[in-house]
Write a protein that binds this ligand. Structure first.
Ligand code: F6P
Length: 327
């Protein structure tokens, strides 16, 4: 069994609403178990540079409801090199850090897995990304908040689309997955949802939109995942316009972008983050390492870290069908 006195906590990769709630839970649970907690600032970049700060109960006060991450985040190219990871391991050992709690997405967990494999650093991951693309958890911290932010924007665009009988292509984030797009599409009543998990057939889309818009002479919303194989909403708009069939349609593109990453976490994300932050400490205390804590059918479960990023989590095909049935 490993010695566990001092735990390092860090956030890495794209920030997600609820990361602060997760930091708070991990810090407070660890302190209540008599452990010392070190905050590692700016993810792996800070780990390499020894950007460490001691955390107490007070240091995580009043952060539960805040977006972003008080520990800051970064995407470190140095850490992708073996030398960078060796330097990070040296810094951790020198600071007497026995184990890590890493909050982030697949890039964060790939890095953590390598740190564990190459240097024997104990690590537990908490899934923190708006993309919801990690295997081993029904939802990732930040997904619900991003979804609600995107949905609010879609509702607003629907108003103006309806006023002008316009077709809007709305691009949402999700990297190479369509989780955000799919649920936004259902929640926002989109006429079509385009996700990377399904082939985008431009002719079929054309036909569908033209028939919807001519028969009912109304507005249409198409939600496009940024990772769609045609390269996002602007490229799809270009493809639709190419043969002149859309000349009479007032087509606009809105890319929601980073607005989806910010803001206060929803109640659901706060609860999820609090549960998983605490569960990460619990996992370390029980001697688990190189695992991710996730929620599976409502219960906390551990998944090997390498599966969390290595295995593909598939979108729910029934939900995809539902968008078509209901449009
Ligand atoms: O992984 C979260 C995410 O917001 C993705 O949805 C998006 O593709 C990416 O990060 C954007 O990254 P960056 O903020 O580094 O441009």
């Amino acid at each position: 069994m490993m010695t566990l006195n001092r735990v390092g906590v860090y956030t890495s990769g794209g920030d997600a609403p609820g990361m602060n709630a997760c930091i708070r839970a991990a810090v407070r649970r660890a302190l209540s178990e008599g452990l010392e907690v070190i905050g590692i600032r700016r993810g792996y970049a800070g780990m390499i540079n020894g950007d460490f700060v001691e955390m107490d109960r007070q240091s995580v006060s009043n952060i539960l409801q805040k977006g972003g991450t008080i520990l800051k985040s970064a995407r470190s190219t140095e850490f992708r090199q073996k030398e960078g990871r060796a330097q990070a391991a040296e810094r951790l050992n020198a600071a007497g850090i026995d184990a890590l709690i890493g909050i982030g997405g697949d890039g964060t967990f790939q890095g953590a897995t390598r740190l564990h494999d190459e240097h024997g650093i104990a690590v537990v991951g908490c899934p923190g990304t708006i993309d919801n693309d990690l295997f081993g958890t029904d939802e990732t911290i930040g997904f619900d908040s991003a979804l609600n932010t995107a949905l609010e924007s879609i509702d607003r665009i629907r108003d103006t689309a309806d006023a002008h009988n316009r077709l809007f292509l709305i691009e949402v984030m999700g990297r190479d997955t369509g989780f955000i797009a799919l649920e936004c599409g259902i929640g926002g009543g989109a006429e079509l949802v385009l996700v990377p998990e399904m082939l985008t057939d431009v002719d079929a889309i054309k036909e569908r939109i033209l028939s919807l818009m001519s028969s009912q002479s109304r507005s249409s919303i198409v939600v496009v995942a940024e990772g769609d194989e045609l390269g996002g909403a602007h490229h799809i708009a270009e493809a639709l316009r190419q043969d002149g069939a859309f000349d009479d349609i007032d087509l606009r593109v809105t890319v929601l972008g980073h607005v989806q990453r910010g803001g206060s976490p929803t109640a659901r994300d706060r609860v999820l983050a609090s549960r998983l932050g605490s569960a990460a400490v619990d996992a370390l205390l029980k001697g688990h390492t190189c695992v991710m804590v996730g929620l599976v059918h409502g219960d906390v479960e551990l998944t090997p870290l390498r599966n969390a990023w290595g295995r593909r989590k598939d979108i729910d095909r029934d939900l995809l069908q539902l968008t078509e049935l209901l449009s």
